[in-house]
Ligand binder design. Structure first.
Ligand code: ASP
Length: 409
Protein backbone atom coordinates (compact mmCIF):
# COMPACT_ATOMS: atom_id res chain seq x y z
CA UNK A 1 0.00 0.00 0.00
CA UNK A 2 2.84 2.32 0.93
CA UNK A 3 4.52 1.61 -2.42
CA UNK A 4 1.28 2.32 -4.32
CA UNK A 5 0.84 5.58 -2.41
CA UNK A 6 4.30 6.79 -3.21
CA UNK A 7 3.90 5.74 -6.87
CA UNK A 8 0.70 7.79 -7.08
CA UNK A 9 2.57 10.87 -5.85
CA UNK A 10 5.09 10.70 -8.73
CA UNK A 11 4.42 12.86 -11.80
CA UNK A 12 2.19 11.27 -14.42
CA UNK A 13 4.86 10.82 -17.09
CA UNK A 14 7.12 8.96 -14.64
CA UNK A 15 4.19 6.78 -13.59
CA UNK A 16 3.63 5.95 -17.26
CA UNK A 17 7.30 5.15 -17.80
CA UNK A 18 7.34 2.85 -14.77
CA UNK A 19 4.10 1.21 -15.99
CA UNK A 20 5.68 0.69 -19.40
CA UNK A 21 8.80 -0.99 -18.06
CA UNK A 22 6.85 -3.14 -15.60
CA UNK A 23 4.46 -4.15 -18.39
CA UNK A 24 7.29 -5.34 -20.63
CA UNK A 25 8.77 -7.39 -17.77
CA UNK A 26 5.36 -8.78 -16.81
CA UNK A 27 4.57 -9.70 -20.42
CA UNK A 28 7.87 -11.54 -20.82
CA UNK A 29 8.15 -13.32 -17.46
CA UNK A 30 4.55 -13.78 -16.34
CA UNK A 31 2.91 -14.40 -19.70
CA UNK A 32 0.40 -16.92 -18.36
CA UNK A 33 -0.93 -14.45 -15.77
CA UNK A 34 -1.75 -11.74 -18.30
CA UNK A 35 -5.51 -12.06 -17.90
CA UNK A 36 -5.24 -10.86 -14.32
CA UNK A 37 -4.03 -7.45 -15.48
CA UNK A 38 -5.13 -7.02 -19.10
CA UNK A 39 -8.64 -5.95 -17.99
CA UNK A 40 -7.12 -2.63 -16.91
CA UNK A 41 -6.17 -1.95 -20.52
CA UNK A 42 -9.62 -2.93 -21.76
CA UNK A 43 -11.36 -0.61 -19.32
CA UNK A 44 -9.02 2.27 -20.16
CA UNK A 45 -9.68 1.77 -23.87
CA UNK A 46 -13.45 1.58 -23.33
CA UNK A 47 -13.40 4.78 -21.29
CA UNK A 48 -11.56 6.57 -24.09
CA UNK A 49 -13.88 5.20 -26.74
CA UNK A 50 -16.88 6.16 -24.63
CA UNK A 51 -16.00 9.84 -24.84
CA UNK A 52 -14.68 10.04 -28.37
CA UNK A 53 -17.83 10.52 -30.45
CA UNK A 54 -19.52 13.11 -28.22
CA UNK A 55 -16.14 14.83 -27.99
CA UNK A 56 -15.70 14.97 -31.77
CA UNK A 57 -19.19 16.37 -32.24
CA UNK A 58 -19.00 18.94 -29.45
CA UNK A 59 -15.39 19.98 -30.05
CA UNK A 60 -15.81 20.65 -33.76
CA UNK A 61 -19.09 22.52 -33.30
CA UNK A 62 -17.82 24.55 -30.35
CA UNK A 63 -14.54 25.24 -32.18
CA UNK A 64 -16.33 26.43 -35.31
CA UNK A 65 -18.78 28.56 -33.39
CA UNK A 66 -15.93 30.24 -31.53
CA UNK A 67 -13.95 30.78 -34.74
CA UNK A 68 -17.04 32.60 -36.01
CA UNK A 69 -17.76 33.95 -39.50
CA UNK A 70 -17.67 32.00 -42.72
CA UNK A 71 -14.54 33.78 -43.96
CA UNK A 72 -12.57 32.85 -40.81
CA UNK A 73 -13.77 29.29 -41.15
CA UNK A 74 -12.83 29.18 -44.82
CA UNK A 75 -9.32 30.46 -44.10
CA UNK A 76 -8.74 27.98 -41.28
CA UNK A 77 -10.26 25.14 -43.27
CA UNK A 78 -7.97 25.83 -46.22
CA UNK A 79 -4.87 26.00 -44.04
CA UNK A 80 -5.78 22.82 -42.18
CA UNK A 81 -6.56 20.79 -45.29
CA UNK A 82 -3.46 22.23 -47.02
CA UNK A 83 -1.29 21.13 -44.08
CA UNK A 84 -2.80 17.65 -43.94
CA UNK A 85 -2.50 17.11 -47.68
CA UNK A 86 1.12 18.30 -47.78
CA UNK A 87 2.33 16.27 -44.80
CA UNK A 88 0.55 13.11 -45.96
CA UNK A 89 2.11 13.51 -49.41
CA UNK A 90 5.57 13.88 -47.81
CA UNK A 91 4.89 10.78 -45.73
CA UNK A 92 3.94 8.65 -48.72
CA UNK A 93 6.98 9.86 -50.66
CA UNK A 94 9.27 8.96 -47.72
CA UNK A 95 7.67 5.49 -47.57
CA UNK A 96 8.09 4.95 -51.31
CA UNK A 97 11.68 6.21 -51.37
CA UNK A 98 12.76 3.95 -48.52
CA UNK A 99 11.09 0.86 -49.90
CA UNK A 100 12.75 1.50 -53.28
CA UNK A 101 16.12 1.88 -51.59
CA UNK A 102 15.95 -0.96 -49.05
CA UNK A 103 13.86 -3.30 -51.21
CA UNK A 104 12.64 -5.44 -48.28
CA UNK A 105 10.32 -7.60 -50.39
CA UNK A 106 12.85 -8.77 -52.95
CA UNK A 107 13.56 -12.47 -52.51
CA UNK A 108 10.75 -12.92 -49.98
CA UNK A 109 9.42 -16.48 -49.89
CA UNK A 110 5.76 -16.28 -50.84
CA UNK A 111 5.14 -19.96 -51.44
CA UNK A 112 3.89 -20.46 -47.88
CA UNK A 113 1.07 -17.96 -48.41
CA UNK A 114 -1.96 -19.93 -49.39
CA UNK A 115 -4.83 -18.38 -51.25
CA UNK A 116 -7.29 -18.78 -48.42
CA UNK A 117 -10.16 -16.83 -47.02
CA UNK A 118 -8.16 -15.47 -44.09
CA UNK A 119 -8.38 -11.99 -45.51
CA UNK A 120 -12.03 -11.22 -45.49
CA UNK A 121 -11.89 -7.47 -45.12
CA UNK A 122 -14.75 -5.50 -46.58
CA UNK A 123 -13.41 -3.61 -49.57
CA UNK A 124 -15.23 -0.39 -50.35
CA UNK A 125 -14.32 1.39 -53.56
CA UNK A 126 -12.92 4.91 -53.36
CA UNK A 127 -16.20 6.38 -54.60
CA UNK A 128 -18.07 4.50 -51.87
CA UNK A 129 -15.67 5.90 -49.28
CA UNK A 130 -16.64 9.41 -50.40
CA UNK A 131 -20.37 8.80 -50.70
CA UNK A 132 -20.45 7.24 -47.22
CA UNK A 133 -19.17 10.48 -45.74
CA UNK A 134 -22.70 11.87 -45.99
CA UNK A 135 -24.75 10.14 -43.29
CA UNK A 136 -28.24 8.93 -44.09
CA UNK A 137 -29.11 9.19 -40.45
CA UNK A 138 -27.01 11.22 -38.06
CA UNK A 139 -28.09 9.20 -35.02
CA UNK A 140 -27.04 6.01 -36.77
CA UNK A 141 -23.68 7.60 -37.57
CA UNK A 142 -23.22 8.63 -33.94
CA UNK A 143 -24.18 5.22 -32.62
CA UNK A 144 -21.98 3.37 -35.10
CA UNK A 145 -18.81 5.41 -34.61
CA UNK A 146 -18.88 6.66 -38.22
CA UNK A 147 -16.20 9.23 -37.55
CA UNK A 148 -16.17 10.84 -40.95
CA UNK A 149 -19.96 11.20 -41.10
CA UNK A 150 -20.00 12.73 -37.63
CA UNK A 151 -17.28 15.18 -38.69
CA UNK A 152 -19.23 16.03 -41.85
CA UNK A 153 -22.36 16.73 -39.82
CA UNK A 154 -20.43 18.71 -37.19
CA UNK A 155 -18.84 20.95 -39.85
CA UNK A 156 -22.23 21.50 -41.47
CA UNK A 157 -23.80 22.29 -38.09
CA UNK A 158 -20.90 24.63 -37.24
CA UNK A 159 -21.38 26.58 -40.48
CA UNK A 160 -25.13 26.98 -40.04
CA UNK A 161 -25.09 27.76 -36.33
CA UNK A 162 -23.01 30.77 -37.34
CA UNK A 163 -25.85 31.82 -39.63
CA UNK A 164 -28.62 31.53 -37.01
CA UNK A 165 -30.24 34.52 -35.33
CA UNK A 166 -28.55 35.75 -32.18
CA UNK A 167 -30.84 34.22 -29.56
CA UNK A 168 -30.78 30.67 -30.92
CA UNK A 169 -27.15 30.93 -31.91
CA UNK A 170 -26.23 31.80 -28.34
CA UNK A 171 -28.33 28.99 -26.91
CA UNK A 172 -26.92 26.27 -29.15
CA UNK A 173 -23.33 27.55 -28.88
CA UNK A 174 -23.54 27.53 -25.09
CA UNK A 175 -25.01 24.05 -25.25
CA UNK A 176 -22.12 22.59 -27.30
CA UNK A 177 -19.50 24.55 -25.31
CA UNK A 178 -20.94 23.01 -22.15
CA UNK A 179 -20.97 19.50 -23.61
CA UNK A 180 -17.37 19.97 -24.67
CA UNK A 181 -16.38 21.12 -21.19
CA UNK A 182 -18.10 18.14 -19.63
CA UNK A 183 -16.24 15.65 -21.82
CA UNK A 184 -12.91 17.37 -21.21
CA UNK A 185 -13.53 17.03 -17.47
CA UNK A 186 -14.15 13.31 -17.97
CA UNK A 187 -10.93 13.19 -20.03
CA UNK A 188 -8.97 14.61 -17.10
CA UNK A 189 -10.28 11.81 -14.92
CA UNK A 190 -9.46 9.16 -17.55
CA UNK A 191 -5.90 10.51 -17.90
CA UNK A 192 -5.28 9.74 -14.24
CA UNK A 193 -5.91 6.09 -15.04
CA UNK A 194 -3.47 6.11 -17.96
CA UNK A 195 -0.57 4.35 -16.17
CA UNK A 196 -2.84 1.42 -15.24
CA UNK A 197 -4.48 1.30 -18.66
CA UNK A 198 -1.19 1.51 -20.52
CA UNK A 199 0.24 -1.19 -18.25
CA UNK A 200 -2.67 -3.54 -19.11
CA UNK A 201 -2.44 -2.84 -22.85
CA UNK A 202 1.33 -3.24 -23.14
CA UNK A 203 1.38 -6.44 -21.07
CA UNK A 204 -1.08 -7.95 -23.52
CA UNK A 205 0.87 -6.92 -26.62
CA UNK A 206 4.18 -8.17 -25.21
CA UNK A 207 2.66 -11.49 -24.15
CA UNK A 208 1.17 -12.01 -27.62
CA UNK A 209 4.58 -11.83 -29.32
CA UNK A 210 5.51 -15.45 -28.80
CA UNK A 211 7.46 -15.76 -31.97
CA UNK A 212 9.25 -12.45 -31.86
CA UNK A 213 12.62 -13.84 -32.94
CA UNK A 214 11.16 -15.60 -35.97
CA UNK A 215 9.08 -12.64 -36.93
CA UNK A 216 12.01 -10.25 -36.86
CA UNK A 217 14.20 -12.57 -38.90
CA UNK A 218 11.57 -12.97 -41.64
CA UNK A 219 10.14 -9.48 -41.72
CA UNK A 220 12.99 -7.58 -40.09
CA UNK A 221 13.88 -5.56 -43.19
CA UNK A 222 10.26 -4.65 -43.78
CA UNK A 223 9.83 -3.56 -40.14
CA UNK A 224 13.04 -1.58 -40.35
CA UNK A 225 11.87 0.21 -43.50
CA UNK A 226 8.57 1.23 -41.91
CA UNK A 227 10.07 2.28 -38.57
CA UNK A 228 12.82 4.24 -40.31
CA UNK A 229 10.23 6.08 -42.41
CA UNK A 230 8.18 6.83 -39.32
CA UNK A 231 11.22 8.14 -37.44
CA UNK A 232 12.32 10.34 -40.35
CA UNK A 233 8.85 11.81 -40.71
CA UNK A 234 8.22 12.27 -36.98
CA UNK A 235 11.63 13.53 -35.94
CA UNK A 236 12.73 15.42 -39.05
CA UNK A 237 9.91 16.36 -41.46
CA UNK A 238 7.22 17.35 -38.94
CA UNK A 239 9.65 19.17 -36.61
CA UNK A 240 11.08 21.09 -39.59
CA UNK A 241 7.57 22.15 -40.65
CA UNK A 242 6.70 23.11 -37.06
CA UNK A 243 9.97 25.03 -36.72
CA UNK A 244 10.08 26.87 -40.02
CA UNK A 245 6.43 27.25 -41.01
CA UNK A 246 4.97 27.30 -37.50
CA UNK A 247 7.92 29.17 -35.97
CA UNK A 248 7.51 27.03 -32.84
CA UNK A 249 9.78 24.73 -30.85
CA UNK A 250 8.87 21.23 -32.03
CA UNK A 251 10.69 19.23 -29.37
CA UNK A 252 9.21 21.27 -26.53
CA UNK A 253 5.86 20.55 -28.02
CA UNK A 254 6.76 16.86 -28.31
CA UNK A 255 7.53 16.78 -24.61
CA UNK A 256 4.26 18.61 -23.84
CA UNK A 257 2.13 15.97 -25.56
CA UNK A 258 4.01 12.90 -24.35
CA UNK A 259 1.09 11.31 -22.48
CA UNK A 260 -0.97 11.62 -25.66
CA UNK A 261 1.75 9.96 -27.71
CA UNK A 262 2.24 7.10 -25.24
CA UNK A 263 -1.52 6.55 -25.24
CA UNK A 264 -1.54 6.48 -29.04
CA UNK A 265 1.32 3.99 -28.97
CA UNK A 266 -0.29 1.63 -26.49
CA UNK A 267 -3.85 1.77 -27.84
CA UNK A 268 -2.91 1.83 -31.57
CA UNK A 269 -5.91 4.09 -32.04
CA UNK A 270 -5.77 7.80 -32.93
CA UNK A 271 -9.40 8.09 -31.94
CA UNK A 272 -8.64 6.81 -28.44
CA UNK A 273 -5.80 9.33 -28.10
CA UNK A 274 -7.97 12.24 -29.29
CA UNK A 275 -9.24 13.39 -25.86
CA UNK A 276 -5.71 13.57 -24.50
CA UNK A 277 -4.41 15.30 -27.61
CA UNK A 278 -7.06 18.02 -27.30
CA UNK A 279 -6.18 18.53 -23.65
CA UNK A 280 -2.38 18.51 -23.85
CA UNK A 281 -2.05 20.55 -27.04
CA UNK A 282 -4.30 23.20 -25.50
CA UNK A 283 -3.18 23.17 -21.88
CA UNK A 284 0.52 22.42 -22.22
CA UNK A 285 1.43 23.99 -25.55
CA UNK A 286 -1.11 26.80 -25.31
CA UNK A 287 -2.96 26.45 -28.62
CA UNK A 288 -6.45 27.96 -28.23
CA UNK A 289 -9.42 25.65 -27.93
CA UNK A 290 -11.01 27.05 -31.06
CA UNK A 291 -8.01 25.89 -33.13
CA UNK A 292 -7.43 22.53 -31.41
CA UNK A 293 -11.15 21.74 -31.51
CA UNK A 294 -11.23 22.26 -35.24
CA UNK A 295 -7.89 20.84 -36.40
CA UNK A 296 -7.31 17.82 -34.13
CA UNK A 297 -10.64 15.94 -34.43
CA UNK A 298 -10.61 16.40 -38.20
CA UNK A 299 -6.96 15.31 -38.35
CA UNK A 300 -7.73 12.20 -36.33
CA UNK A 301 -9.66 10.86 -39.27
CA UNK A 302 -8.23 12.45 -42.38
CA UNK A 303 -4.59 12.98 -41.45
CA UNK A 304 -2.64 9.79 -40.99
CA UNK A 305 1.01 10.29 -41.80
CA UNK A 306 2.26 7.11 -40.14
CA UNK A 307 -0.46 5.12 -41.87
CA UNK A 308 0.47 6.73 -45.19
CA UNK A 309 4.10 5.60 -44.80
CA UNK A 310 2.96 2.13 -43.81
CA UNK A 311 0.53 1.56 -46.64
CA UNK A 312 2.94 2.71 -49.32
CA UNK A 313 5.61 0.43 -47.83
CA UNK A 314 3.25 -2.56 -47.64
CA UNK A 315 2.00 -2.22 -51.20
CA UNK A 316 5.51 -1.91 -52.61
CA UNK A 317 6.72 -4.76 -50.38
CA UNK A 318 4.00 -7.03 -51.74
CA UNK A 319 4.80 -5.97 -55.31
CA UNK A 320 8.49 -6.70 -54.75
CA UNK A 321 7.72 -10.08 -53.17
CA UNK A 322 5.61 -10.96 -56.18
CA UNK A 323 8.24 -9.75 -58.61
CA UNK A 324 5.89 -7.12 -60.06
CA UNK A 325 7.61 -4.07 -61.53
CA UNK A 326 6.37 -0.81 -60.03
CA UNK A 327 7.39 2.07 -62.27
CA UNK A 328 6.92 5.78 -61.60
CA UNK A 329 3.40 5.63 -63.03
CA UNK A 330 2.31 2.87 -60.63
CA UNK A 331 3.94 4.64 -57.71
CA UNK A 332 2.11 7.88 -58.50
CA UNK A 333 -1.07 5.82 -58.58
CA UNK A 334 -0.17 4.44 -55.12
CA UNK A 335 0.34 8.00 -53.88
CA UNK A 336 -3.00 9.25 -55.17
CA UNK A 337 -5.02 6.21 -54.06
CA UNK A 338 -3.34 6.18 -50.65
CA UNK A 339 -4.11 9.87 -50.15
CA UNK A 340 -7.73 9.53 -51.16
CA UNK A 341 -8.55 6.30 -49.40
CA UNK A 342 -6.83 7.24 -46.14
CA UNK A 343 -9.25 10.16 -45.79
CA UNK A 344 -12.12 7.80 -45.14
CA UNK A 345 -10.36 5.58 -42.63
CA UNK A 346 -11.21 5.74 -38.96
CA UNK A 347 -8.43 6.04 -36.39
CA UNK A 348 -8.85 2.54 -35.00
CA UNK A 349 -6.43 -0.40 -34.78
CA UNK A 350 -5.66 -2.14 -38.09
CA UNK A 351 -7.58 0.42 -40.13
CA UNK A 352 -4.72 0.47 -42.65
CA UNK A 353 -5.59 -3.01 -43.82
CA UNK A 354 -8.75 -1.71 -45.46
CA UNK A 355 -6.82 0.96 -47.38
CA UNK A 356 -4.21 -1.57 -48.43
CA UNK A 357 -6.85 -3.84 -49.93
CA UNK A 358 -8.23 -0.91 -51.94
CA UNK A 359 -4.79 -0.06 -53.35
CA UNK A 360 -3.89 -3.68 -54.10
CA UNK A 361 -7.15 -3.99 -55.96
CA UNK A 362 -6.49 -0.82 -57.98
CA UNK A 363 -3.02 -2.11 -58.90
CA UNK A 364 -4.23 -5.64 -59.62
CA UNK A 365 -1.96 -7.22 -56.99
CA UNK A 366 -3.01 -10.36 -55.08
CA UNK A 367 -4.81 -9.56 -51.84
CA UNK A 368 -3.80 -12.81 -50.16
CA UNK A 369 -0.19 -11.62 -50.04
CA UNK A 370 -1.31 -9.27 -47.30
CA UNK A 371 -1.04 -12.30 -45.03
CA UNK A 372 2.73 -11.78 -45.26
CA UNK A 373 2.66 -8.65 -43.12
CA UNK A 374 -0.14 -9.56 -40.68
CA UNK A 375 2.22 -10.95 -37.98
CA UNK A 376 3.88 -7.57 -37.58
CA UNK A 377 0.84 -5.39 -38.18
CA UNK A 378 -0.03 -4.80 -34.51
CA UNK A 379 3.49 -3.73 -33.54
CA UNK A 380 3.81 -1.40 -36.52
CA UNK A 381 0.30 -0.09 -35.81
CA UNK A 382 1.59 1.26 -32.49
CA UNK A 383 4.35 3.18 -34.24
CA UNK A 384 2.24 4.53 -37.09
CA UNK A 385 -0.59 5.62 -34.79
CA UNK A 386 1.88 7.63 -32.70
CA UNK A 387 3.00 9.47 -35.84
CA UNK A 388 -0.61 10.01 -36.92
CA UNK A 389 -1.43 11.68 -33.63
CA UNK A 390 1.81 13.67 -33.51
CA UNK A 391 1.03 15.03 -36.99
CA UNK A 392 -2.40 16.29 -35.84
CA UNK A 393 -0.91 17.96 -32.82
CA UNK A 394 1.82 19.69 -34.89
CA UNK A 395 -0.89 20.92 -37.23
CA UNK A 396 -2.69 22.64 -34.34
CA UNK A 397 0.57 24.38 -33.35
CA UNK A 398 1.37 25.49 -36.91
CA UNK A 399 -2.15 26.81 -37.52
CA UNK A 400 -2.29 28.43 -34.06
CA UNK A 401 0.94 30.31 -34.74
CA UNK A 402 -0.17 31.29 -38.21
CA UNK A 403 -3.27 32.85 -36.64
CA UNK A 404 -1.00 34.97 -34.43
CA UNK A 405 -1.53 33.05 -31.20
CA UNK A 406 1.05 33.30 -28.41
CA UNK A 407 1.99 29.71 -27.56
CA UNK A 408 4.19 28.14 -24.91
CA UNK A 409 6.30 26.45 -27.58
N1 ASP B 1 -4.38 2.48 -36.04
C1 ASP B 1 -4.19 3.65 -36.85
C2 ASP B 1 -4.78 4.86 -36.17
O1 ASP B 1 -5.64 4.72 -35.33
C3 ASP B 1 -4.78 3.49 -38.23
C4 ASP B 1 -4.02 2.40 -38.96
O2 ASP B 1 -3.00 2.72 -39.60
O3 ASP B 1 -4.39 1.24 -38.91
O4 ASP B 1 -4.42 5.97 -36.47
Amino acid sequence: MKILNSILKIKLHWQILIAFILAILFGIFLREHVIYVSWMGDIFLRLLRMIVIPLILSSIISGMVNIGGVSNLGRLGLKTFGYYLTTSTFAIIIGLLLVNLIRPGVGMDITSVSIDESISIERPSISEVFIDIVPENIFHALANNDFLSVIFFAILAGIFINKMDKKNNLFISDFFNAIFELFMKITMFVIKLAPFGIFGLIVEVVAEQEDFGNMVSGLGMFMLTVILGILIHSLITLPLITRFIGKAKPFWHLSNVRTTLVTAFSTASSAAALPLNLKETHENSGVSNKITNFTIPIGTTINMDGTAIYISAVVMFIAQAQGAVMGIQEQVLILITALLSSIGTAGVPMASLVIITIILEVLGLPLELMALILPVDRILDMFRTTTNVWGDSCCAVVIGKSEGEELNV
